[in-house]
Structures are given as structure tokens and as C-alpha cells.
Design a protein around this ligand. Sequence first.
Ligand SMILES: Nc1ncnc2c1ncn2[C@@H]1O[C@H](COP(=O)(O)OP(=O)(O)OP(=O)(O)O)[C@@H](O)[C@H]1O
Length: 285
Amino acid sequence: MTEVTEVTEVTDPLTDTVVLPPVGPTGDPATLDARAVSAWFGTHQVLSRVSLTMPAGRVTALIGPSGCGKSTFLRTLNRMHEMIPAARFGGEVLFEGEDIYDPSWRLTDARRRIGMVFQKPNPFPAMSIYDNVVAGLRLTGTKANRREKDVLVEESLSRAGLWKEVRDRLRQPGGALSGGQQQRLCIARALAVRPRVLLMDEPCSALDPTSTRRVEETIQELAGQVTVVIVTHNMQQANRVSQQCAFFLAEQGTPGQIVEAGPTEDIFGSPQDRRTADYVAGRFG
Ligand SMILES: Nc1ncnc2c1ncn2[C@@H]1O[C@H](COP(=O)(O)OP(=O)(O)OP(=O)(O)O)[C@@H](O)[C@H]1O
């Protein structure tokens, strides 16, 4: 496990961009605490008062049948949900005790501290591998000089498990990499701003089994350095990569809720609720 220390960010008052501290520390993983989170699309309520603590430096897997609100819940954790027209939100998401929906939090604060990786690898295909990683800084309004960028690119690609494969071709386009490498490039891009939480929405569903295992190894390597919350339909994957699991269900048209959450070994080995037992055994969903 990598030793990590607190990052002190400085905002440049002239440009309102965040200047990264001298390269070196990667920042402590943070605890996220969702409290009574509800979500709507128009009048359609898809989550009802969902509460879940996602402990610092641990991997939490969100599992459950299609349409039960896992991805929506994930998007409420870094304020992506509010980007969708007609989307509404209720509740609190505490980041180390601070509500990210408090007016004192800017959207860019949430995005920088809580990064996201999507289902389909989405690097900028014509942009170089180096520039793809650096793009993570621009997307969140983070400033770094050339030397800091060089160090960040190596640091982020190393943490994403890709450095050794691409170190000699950083100027080649990101689109020339394999699907699995592209997904690890997207992980590196997300890590470039040194988030303290990383959200992953089915990050392996577009990948072949070998690439999937490689991304899973990366997630396991990141555990301890960053808090990970991952949505997955793959029960073996949830079992392999997570320490904690939350089982979501939306029964008969009702909004999604958590039926059961706890240590992964308990959810799979001795679930308390019959519906959890049926789901993890593959009897529905
Ligand atoms: N942009 C949107 N506009 C309207 N309704 C949406 C939107 N996104 C999701 N929904 C609805 O919200 C509900 C929850 O969807 P969500 O994608 O969060 O579930 P999920 O558990 O992640 O599903 P899956 O496992 O299939 O990805 C579904 O009824 C879905 O149709």
C-alpha cells in the first residue's frame, strides 16, 4: 500500500483555478456518507431515502438488477445527477463530514475530489496518451506547470497500471490503445487531479475477460490510496474487488432502495435477506 499524505490545494484568485501542491503526495482517501438520498427524473422517483457509508480507502460495490437505481445513486455522489434535465435530488452526501450539495461547494470541487470512470472507455481518440491524462486537469480547472504535468502523467499512468506499457509512446494517440488499455487511460485521466474518491460505473462491461482482470487488478492496487465505489453486474467481480457491498432493489415499480449492505463476505456468504440470497445466487436479475 502506498503511503499517502494530505494534499493542500491553493486556489489562484486571479484565474479561480486550483493550483496543485508540489508533486509528491496523492491525498488521503475520503469517507463518503450518503444520507437519505432520493432522486427523481421529472415526477418519476427512482431512489427513496438511500443511506450508505462508503469508508475511506475501501472498495464498495453497488449490485442489483437492472433499473434499480445504482447508476443514478453513483451520479448523485459527485453531482453528475444534476446535469440531467428535469433531474431532482434530495438528501445529503457528506465528504469527510461536509455536504457536497452545500452552496459553499462548487461543482468543480465535487468533480475534482470525487472522480468518475464510465462504462465505455472514452479517451479523446486523436489526442496523445500524455495529453489525455493531462486533460483531466483541464476538465476540473486545475493548473500545473510542465514539470508537474510530466510527474503527474507518470504518477497517474503508474497508479492506473499502464505506465510500463505506454512509457515509450506517450505521444501516440489514445485511440490506438486496446479497449482495456483505453479504460486504464481513462482511470489515469481521472487520477490526474488526485481525487480522494473514484466512482466507477460498470468499468469492465465493454472489456474482454483478460482486460477485465487487468482493470480489476488496478482497482485492487488503488484500494487504500483512494476510496472506490463501483457499480457492477458481475457478481464474481463484486466478490473479487470489494470489501463492502450494497444490494439495491426497486420492487414492483417502487423507487430503488438498499435491501442489505455489509462486508462482501457476508453479502455473498451469509446474506440476511432472502432477496439478497436469491440475487447473489443468480435466481433473479
Ligand atoms: N436520464 C434519464 N432520464 C429519465 N429516466 C432515467 C434516466 N436515467 C435513468 N432513468 C431511469 O431511472 C431508473 C434507474 O436507472 P439506473 O440507470 O440508475 O438503474 P441501474 O440500476 O443503474 O440500471 P442498469 O443496471 O441497467 O444500469 C430507471 O427506471 C431508468 O429508466
